[in-house]
Design a protein around this ligand. Structure first.
Ligand code: AMP
Length: 534
């Protein structure tokens, strides 16, 4: 157990939040202006300086090519993957192919790895915590989406390390939310975590029994969120403009982004009032003067445009409930997470689906960081006996199946999705050729029967096998998933009991040399040169 203070960080796609437990109370750490949430945006300025967090928001419009947002969405997707290609098409900054297929971001002629960008955001959170607490902060619990695979978790851990943080635990976001909600309450309840963010949706079903939190099932969609609402409202505004003015959107590509920004404002406005009167001036290339955009948008219109998007989330909920022996109506409490759950239509449709109003006691933007801070406190400074009684046990599950590729290219699942972690599973391998001394095993994560459609975690080579006729040597390979959801593999010769030398590259895909270069660059950037003010 660590003697140091351990902060909890929700490293979000859109926003990040840092919290810490002080005297059994969780404090969400504000920035210099009292804002408790930071934008996960990094802007590289012309003079070489960096602007990170909420201040970087204005650069989205002023300097979109050098302002990086949503970097988390690329994490774990190879450059040539369908997902990365789709994302690239939507973003104003330049993404290039790096070593080992990873995507990299090119800014002012320099290529940055994704964990470097996340590290800058994490560094900002660390700085905020240090300024607030007046002590150095070196350890953290960082949260990730429940469906993050091994390489995405590894990259998040690397980002933490690059930011100068020892990552004591990688915690699943919904599990953190359940902890925030149920910590110390001695609940005996079935909980559902409905998490609708900017671009992703996750549903997690948990059982809280006393202070044990057991994840029963999880399902998600990485392309469902507030962005979809923005896109629908963008379409409405564009149609309005097209009906009133003669212009070509192709000639002014920045216009779509500008209108999307307006659409998001409308959406947020409709979260607090029934109607939103939009009165804005827009510059169109074809007109010498700015044109007027006067439009009244209502919740009615929002419902017509967006209810099918919210409906898609319930298909995912159905999937999560298909794996547990009870249905949605038997859930005791529904906890909302993510900025998009502020939309009143989302709340009312969630209420209809579960047959009860969702809980909103903890801010949906802060709930994950609060849970991470609680977990951090459990791993941090020693507990009194009194506190130990409340020390919750987290039983998480693997979000994605882990398997190996068979000769026919089929993915043979060894650890099924939704298995409680930590867990291990073993399989006996043998040689297929006489005198064979090397066996190569390819490890995949995903749900497809075709191995190559899944994410390849790495290759394992069993080397130095005793030469013998084929089929004689039997090697047991053990796959383990730890509490962070990270995968490791070991092998044992069943005849001799000897551990085999294994070579496994289940990692971020970055070499040690790459990582030290990243560290050097981060140190040189001057980020983190904060003065402790307390
Ligand atoms: P998250 O990924 O959890 O930070 O959520 C970000 C998403 O929440 C974005 O799509 C935001 O536009 C959306 N969001 C934040 N605040 C509100 C609000 N008050 N009403 C509607 N959507 C919101």
């Amino acid at each position: 157990m660590s003697e140091e203070i351990v902060v909890g960080i929700d490293l979000g796609t859109t926003n990040s939040c840092v919290a810490v437990m002080i005297d059994s109370q969780v404090v969400v750490i504000p920035d210099e202006q009292g804002r408790r949430i930071q934008s996960s945006i990094v802007s590289f300025m012309e003079d070489g300086s960096l602007v990170i967090g909420n201040e970087a928001q204005r650069e989205l419009v002023a300097d979109p090519r050098n302002t990086i947002f949503s970097a988390k969405r690329f994490i774990g997707y190879p450059f040539d993957s369908k997902e990365a290609r789709k994302l690239r098409a939507q973003l104003p900054y330049k993404v290039i192919k790096g070593e080992d297929q990873n995507s990299m971001i090119e800014i002012r002629g320099e290529a940055f790895a994704l964990p470097e960008i996340s590290a800058l955001v994490l560094h900002r959170m660390k700085d905020l915590a240090e300024q607030y607490l007046g002590v150095e902060v070196n350890q953290a619990v960082i949260t990730v989406p429940a469906n993050f695979n091994d390489s995405q978790r590894q990259m998040t851990k690397l980002a933490g390390e690059l930011a100068g943080l020892e990552v004591l635990r990688i915690l699943n976001e919904p599990t953190a939310a359940a902890l925030a909600y149920g910590y110390g309450k001695g609940l005996d309840a079935k909980l559902a975590i409905y998490d609708l963010g900017g671009g992703t949706f996750d549903m997690t079903v948990l059982q809280a029994s006393g202070n044990v939190f057991e994840v029963k099932s999880t399902a998600g969609d990485t392309y469902l969120g507030g962005d979809d609402f923005d896109n629908r409202l963008t379409r409405v505004i564009l149609i309005y403009l097209q009906n009133h003015y003669d212009f070509s959107i192709e000639k002014q590509p920045h216009l779509r982004g500008q209108i999307k920004h307006i659409a998001e404002l409308v959406k947020k406005g409709l979260s607090v009032r029934d109607k939103f009167k939009l009165s804005q001036q827009i510059r169109l290339l074809e007109y010498p003067e700015p044109v007027e955009l006067n439009l009244v948008m209502s919740r009615e219109l929002f419902k017509k445009q967006c209810s099918d998007i919210i409906d898609r989330s319930f298909t995912i909920c159905d999937e999560a409930f298909s794996r547990v022996p009870f249905d949605a109506k038997e859930i005791d409490d529904v906890i909302l997470v993510g900025g998009s759950t502020r939309v009143p239509l989302v709340k009312s449709m969630v209420e209809d689906y579960f047959g009860k109003a969702p809980r909103t006691d903890i801010d949906p933007d802060e709930v994950v960081a609060v849970g991470a801070a609680i977990q951090g406190a459990m791993l941090g400074a020693p507990f009194s006996v009194e506190q130990l009684k409340h020390n919750p046990l987290l039983l998480d599950v693997t979000p994605v199946s882990i398997g190996i590729m068979t000769v026919q290219g089929i993915c043979e699942v060894l650890i099924k999705k939704n298995t409680a972690v930590p867990c291990e599973e073993s399989k006996v391998f043998t040689t297929t050729v006489d005198q064979q001394t090397v066996v190569k095993i390819q490890v995949f994560q995903g749900e497809s029967r075709v191995a190559n459609d899944n994410v390849k975690l790495g290759e394992l080579e069993l080397i130095g096998i005793r030469p013998a006729p084929r089929g004689e040597v039997k090697i047991e390979v053990i796959f383990e998933v730890d509490t962070d959801g990270l995968v490791s593999v070991k092998a044992k010769d069943l005849d001799t009991g000897l551990a085999h030398e294994t070579r496994v590259k289940v990692s971020t895909g970055y070499s040690e040399e790459n990582v030290s270069q990243m560290k050097e660059r981060l140190d040189a950037s001057g980020v983190g040169a904060v003065e402790l003010t307390k």
